[in-house]
Design a protein around this ligand. Structure first.
Ligand SMILES: [Zn+2]
Length: 154
């Protein structure tokens, strides 16, 4: 009743109000931002914070590789390297060469190919053998292919 003296409660300046009243007013603003009004919220049988969050966040397409990164039981370092690789941000020599940070982009494992993501993980003679051993260890019968195809397969 005190705050409603000046008209509707939602239009008051609550600088002097208690913490709880300010939070209620802030929540009202959030609900208005997602497109809900007071009567809609009152008529709801079940209020969902998840639904409000999704309305605030908006719709974004999900990337295909999200399950490779999220909720995996791997070491955080491996997940981070995979994340960088998926975004094309892994610091391979081919990438460092474009910045002038290295003198050449020769692979340090085989000293032959150009060290980009495809070569470093799959096309290199040495790392290709490692990948084949991992696939065999996991009882997966397939040949190593390029990064894009392996990503799609995974
Ligand atoms: Zn190599």
């Amino acid at each position: 009743m005190y705050y409603g003296k000046q008209g509707t409660v939602w239009n008051i300046q609550a600088n002097q109000a208690s913490w709880m009243v300010r939070k209620i007013l802030q929540t009202h603003k959030v609900l208005e931002d997602v497109g809900w009004n007071e009567s809609q919220v009152i008529q709801m049988e079940k209020f969902s914070i998840k639904q409000v969050y999704q309305l605030m966040r908006g719709e974004y397409p999900k990337v295909e590789w999200r399950k490779l990164i999220c909720n995996t039981c791997t070491y955080p370092k491996w997940t981070f390297i995979l994340f960088l690789t998926l975004h094309g941000r892994l610091l391979t020599k081919a990438r460092l060469l474009t910045w002038g940070s290295v003198e050449n982009n020769k692979c340090i494992l085989c000293d032959d190919g150009h060290e980009d993501i495809d070569h470093l993980f799959f096309n290199c003679h040495y790392s290709g053998k490692v990948w084949q051993q991992i696939l065999r260890w996991q009882n997966i019968q397939k040949q190593a292919i390029g990064w894009t195809e392996e990503q799609r397969w995974a």
